[in-house]
Design a binder for this molecule. Structure first.
Ligand code: SF4
Length: 437
């Protein structure tokens, strides 16, 4: 017979998946605290008797990780270490009906847009006065700022619109208020995130307003780095480029997932852009924002991708020389358009193509890093690990890009602070240096 945990009521939130999911967990945490309910995020203290797992349902690996995490807490519940287990987030939103039957030990399942219901179940009320306020779970000096939810794009391979719904922009006022509150609490760097940040404003204002949003955010005193993620290449709002170039506190950095380059695959993926136009957009960005760091994401193994398409993609990566690159292998996701196609690229070929691209990128990255030896670069220090202080340059977003290491035995860095670092050594992805001041 399962016994009650005898622990005082305390909630521990566990987040899987992307930074957008992390922001949702932070909003949940803030609402619970706003209701005077004891809550933590990914506490290792094992003192919570209620667990909320905020899941990811994007692709196979992520789904498996979510299931494994839920089952881990099912075991905790059956062992009497926790009393209640709740699941929210994308996996729950997408597969609620099946999962309710398959894992009955979960007390309740919630979709991505069911924060009020989840709060009610946890004995809390949704506090409107907390809108714009958020307890962050990242180091205080940097935070993610979600500017919109959902996506209107028809990308064939993507299940996100199924889990996050249509594109809904937050107002410029609300985003600026959130940024000010974050700065008040010590944040110096914000990552602007969305499913598609370049669509910002169309639903709310009837036109793109990303340029205006960036200008308003650049005026927030104390905000030293504003970093733009998840730009979409098709109908790219070029009006943001002069603002990115002019504003010192807008990072000369852009994350713009292109996914592929061959016209054949871009068409099958329903990306709404051609190879020629992709090059035009990327070259325009480089031209208008000198020394910009470009990060992109590539998807290999999409149904219909031929060896010739892949060769074209390899040539593109070789020619264009992105500064930062992430590669995914295609995952055959139900209810997406691509799921109506034959998944005709064998798993092994998918994997080989991904590894080939990453090997190519490693060569590109080491060359770019070697060129930084002897240079002095502004670095924001995030943490200390072993004998090293670890930080990032303006060209590096947290958790996805490169890092700068300085020896803590011969240097002192204040975490959360900037310092000038002279680069003395380069590795494939990371840099090593000495603090100058
Ligand atoms: S832009 Fe495309 S890939 Fe990105 S979330 Fe929207 S549908 Fe998915």
């Amino acid at each position: 017979m399962r016994t009650k945990s005898l622990k005082p009521n305390k909630i521990n939130i566990v987040t899987l998946g992307c930074s957008k999911n992390l922001v949702d967990s932070e909003v949940l945490l803030s609402q619970l605290k706003g209701n005077d309910i004891a809550a933590t995020h990914e506490s290792e203290k094992n003192d919570a008797n209620i667990i909320v797992v905020n899941t990811c349902g994007f692709i196979d690996n992520a789904k498996q990780e979510s299931i494994d995490t839920i089952l881990q807490y099912v075991d905790e519940k059956e062992a009497g270490n926790i009393d209640k287990l709740y699941v929210t987030g994308c996996l729950s939103h997408r597969y609620k009906d099946e999962l309710e039957g398959e894992i009955p030990q979960v007390d309740a399942w919630f979709g991505t847009l069911e924060l009020s219901n989840l709060l009610r179940t946890l004995g809390a009320d949704y506090k409107h006065e907390l809108i714009g306020e958020r307890l962050i779970t990242t180091p205080q000096h940097y935070a993610y700022l979600k500017i919109s939810e959902g996506c209107n794009r028809p990308c064939s391979f993507c299940a996100i619109p199924l889990m996050r719904g249509k594109h809904v922009s937050k107002s410029i006022e609300q985003i600026v208020l959130e940024a000010r509150n974050l700065v008040k609490n010590g944040t110096k760097e914000i990552m602007l995130i969305a499913q598609d940040s370049t669509f910002y404003g169309i639903d709310l204002y009837g036109e793109r307003r990303l340029a205006e949003l960036l200008e308003n955010l650049a005026d927030v005193k104390g905000l030293e780095w504003i970093r733009l993620h998840y730009a979409y290449p098709s109908q790219f709002p070029e009006e943001i480029l002069p603002i990115m170039a002019a504003k010192d506190n807008i990072c000369k950095y852009l994350d713009i997932p292109v996914q592929h380059i061959s016209d054949n695959v871009l068409k099958i993926m329903r990306r709404g852009i051609s190879k020629r136009r992709t090059y035009e957009v990327l070259n325009k960005i480089k031209q208008e924002v000198p020394n910009i760091t470009l990060r992109t994401t590539i998807l290999v193994g999409h149904p219909g991708e031929t060896e010739k398409d892949f060769e074209e993609l390899k040539q593109f990566i070789q020619d264009f020389q992105f500064d930062r690159l992430g590669v995914f292998t295609y995952s055959h996701e139900e209810n997406t358009h691509a799921h109506t196609l034959v998944d005709d690229v064998p798993a092994e070929i998918k994997q080989n193509r991904a590894e080939e691209l990453m090997a190519l990128q490693e060569e590109i990255s080491i060359q770019k890093n070697n060129a930084k030896i002897g240079k002095t670069i502004k670095v924001l220090f995030d943490r200390k690990e072993g004998d090293y202080f670890i930080g990032r340059t303006e060209a590096d977003s947290p958790e996805v890009d490169n890092e700068v290491l300085v020896d803590a035995r011969t240097n002192f860095a204040r975490l959360g602070d900037f310092a000038k670092v002279k680069i003395t050594q380069a590795e494939s992805f990371d840099l090593i240096g000495q603090i100058l001041e």
